[in-house]
Design a protein around this ligand. Structure first.
Ligand code: ADP
Length: 487
């Protein structure tokens, strides 16, 4: 049988956001495997509950709740907003609710710091990033507890995320010393052309809740390595990870103002986002989130022609061809797709109302109202919502196809293109399909793609630019052509 699976993430349901009908965001399940050691989640009380129940259960030394501006921890004029454990709804802390004024203050601090940070030698920047990495590794278990508490993902996945996040700091600490320019010989004998690479300036970094630590280090590591300074606006649900990273940045000796964090509530998001993305002192916007929000930020960027990196929604096709090793494909589907948390339920009822069949699952889990059963749908067609939008829930809609052309047509019919996976043992087919899938990343007989050494990003409405890899740093560098005459 040939089949095309479109699977999405799984786990705890988020609180009711985004609202039904809103374009959900990428939360693409591309992280490397979580460490194998240790007990696996099993039946009974969900393991993440061990880390809920208030700040007392969390590592106090890393539990920062003020904004980080210019190296100092500052309260916000408007007070605080609550951070909740999505598994239980329990409040785990209250965090400074920044507004436009605090955002502008952070930009100003970042700009001041940029004036000196850009002159710090690459070797020194490298060694500071390395210290930050070392501290992340030293504190990895505590950082993972914070992710689990505020994001809801199982502790094992949070531990995997922390390692993955730390590896970006390690990678960019190494890449910081490998920013080269060019010398170009032009037809004019008395001249040489030089190309210099220089940091763009202050970067505003807006991150999502799904990978609250990895999305930060992937951007911030590249930015700092390039000589930029940053203001991070973390997602409303997950500010504690960004702030804990700030505590470690301070301990690592990252200079004041190089890494700033302005957390805010959902009510303040728009004003903080606008303040950051329209401030003339900000030269670059890097965003991971929904395509809908990305478009708003692109409008802001257009007004003052800022550089942008956008990592937006995806809808990864997972194609199993006739020649595939089916056991491998099943393992890949489980590893790559059934992870992390999301919003769900509407997609199941929409599909069933249009003729799909629930093979297994289909309703909320006995773990509680915030959990959904892993669900498999058959008889899925391309007009169903689950074929068109990201589900962010443990849902596997299955669409049958007859020919390679048909599978490609279904996979390429969407207006997003982040990652695509397929399973085949036919070398010619592997080349054809890899080249024709309209995505930024392809997994061939492999469900886990993401690694710091390789470029992460999408095509079409999945985004602009690439993160990680040797290319990630270019997003934070300007090219300057110097014509050196009179030779
Ligand atoms: P999701 O909530 O599904 O993760 P969003 O795109 O809404 O996806 O959110 C991703 C990030 O974008 C979060 O940090 C959120 O606070 C931020 N965000 C949402 N709307 C805006 C906006 N209008 N301006 C700036 N940032 C925004």
């Amino acid at each position: 049988m040939t089949s095309l699976l479109q699977l999405q993430n799984c786990g705890a349901l988020r609180r009711a956001w985004p609202p039904p009908g809103a374009n959900p965001r990428p939360r693409c399940p591309l992280l490397p495997p979580v460490p194998a050691a240790g007990p696996q989640p099993g039946p009974g009380p969900h393991p993440l509950r061990r880390h809920s129940g208030g700040p007392a259960g969390l590592p106090q030394a890393l539990l920062r709740t003020d904004a980080l501006v210019g190296g100092r921890w500052l309260p916000a004029a408007a007070g605080t907003f609550p951070v909740q454990d999505p598994a239980t709804g329990a409040q785990i802390g209250r965090v400074a609710d920044c507004g436009a004024a605090e955002a502008r203050g952070a930009v100003s601090a970042a700009h001041q710091a940029f004036c000196s940070w850009k002159g710090v030698s690459a070797k020194e920047r490298s060694s500071l990033l390395r210290k930050w990495y070392d501290l992340m590794i030293k504190n990895k278990d505590d950082l993972a507890k914070i992710i689990t508490a505020e994001n809801g993902k199982p502790l094992k996945e949070a531990q995997g995320e922390i390692l993955y996040s730390a590896f970006f700091l390690e990678w960019f600490s190494e890449e910081a010393r490998r920013i080269y320019g060019d010398i170009i010989y032009t037809p004019a004998k008395d001249r040489r052309a030089l190309v210099l690479k220089q940091p763009v300036g202050v970067a505003a970094i807006i991150t999502p809740w799904n990978f609250p630590s990895a999305m930060i280090t992937r951007k911030v590591g590249a930015a700092l390595a390039a000589g930029c300074t940053v203001v991070v606006k973390p997602a409303e649900d997950t500010p504690l990870s960004a702030l804990a990273l700030g505590e470690l940045a301070n301990q690592a000796g990252i200079p004041a103002g190089v890494y700033n964090v302005v957390p805010c509530s959902r009510e303040k998001t728009k004003e903080v986002g606008e303040a950051l993305c329209t401030d003339p002192l900000v030269s670059k916007i890097s965003f991971t989130g929904s395509t809908a929000t990305g478009k708003i930020l692109l409008h802001y960027a257009a007004d003052s022609v800022k550089r942008v990196s956008m990592e937006l929604g995806g809808h990864a096709p997972f194609i199993v061809f006739d020649s595939a090793n089916v056991d491998q494909a099943v393992a890949g589907a489980l590893a790559s797709k059934y992870r992390n948390s999301g919003q769900v339920e509407k997609h199941v009822s929409d599909a069933v109302s249009k003729g799909a069949t629930i093979v297994t699952g289909g309703k909320r889990h006995s773990f509680g109202k915030n959990f959904f059963e892993p669900t498999l749908l058959s008889n899925v067609t391309v007009d169903m919502l689950c074929s068109q939008e990201e589900t962010f829930g443990p849902l596997a809609p299955v669409i049958k196809f007859d020919t390679e052309e048909e599978a490609l047509a279904i996979a390429n019919a969407v207006d997003v293109g982040l990652a695509g996976y397929f399973y085949s043992q036919d070398p010619a087919q592997i080349w054809r399909v890899a080249e024709q899938l309209e995505v930024g990343m392809v997994g061939v007989n492999e469900g886990l793609l993401s690694t710091v050494e390789c470029p992460f990003g999408g095509v079409k409405q999945s985004g602009l630019g690439r993160e990680g890899s040797k290319y990630g740093i270019d997003e934070y560098l300007e090219l300057k052509y110097v014509c050196y005459g009179g030779l």
